[in-house]
Design a protein around this ligand. Structure first.
Ligand code: RB5
Length: 155
């Protein structure tokens, strides 16, 4: 798989651990920054970059990381077409794929250990998007994106 990763300074240590894990497992990684944990940067820049990569089709999915995972998931979800899900464990990562068809997986580096994040990432990649009622709800999310686009055009 090809996976885009991005984080702010707080998420950098976990991003580095996930890049190492993914490359070791034979995946292709697009590392969109940031480059260190010492220079403070703004999570919206990195959440948006990962979100844009995820909807562009250049990668299979994105991973976005900040301190809590909250801010960067908010940022990624501002990009139309993004379904970013914040995962804390294997269960939430699996359900983000199965129920929410997440195309961006988010973590909070200050609230999850790196092994739990790796286990969650493996579960996310192994899980399948479920059909039925879940597709109807994904279609409703897509309609919200479209309504947002239309109201911007009218403004
Ligand atoms: C940075 O200090 C921190 O606010 C950020 O990483 C994130 O947790 C925001 O949601």
């Amino acid at each position: 798989m090809r996976i885009a990763l991005g984080s702010d300074h707080a998420g950098f240590p976990l991003k580095a651990a996930l890049v190492e894990y993914l490359e070791g497992a034979g995946h292709d990684v697009d590392d969109l920054g940031t480059e260190n944990a010492t220079v403070s940067v703004d999570y919206p820049d990195y959440g948006a970059a990962v979100g844009r990569a995820a909807v562009s089709g250049s990668v299979d999915f994105g991973i976005a990381i900040c301190g809590t995972g909250i801010g960067i998931s908010m940022a990624a979800n501002k990009v139309p077409g993004v379904r970013a899900g914040l995962a804390h464990d294997v269960t939430t990562a699996t359900l983000a794929k199965q129920h929410n068809h997440a195309n961006v997986l988010c973590f909070g580096a200050r609230v999850i250990g790196s092994q739990t994040a790796i286990d969650s990432l493996e579960a996310f990649m192994a899980a399948e998007e479920l059909d039925g009622r879940h597709v109807r709800r994904i279609d409703e999310l897509t309609a919200l994106d479209e309504a947002g686009r239309q109201s911007e055009e009218q403004a």
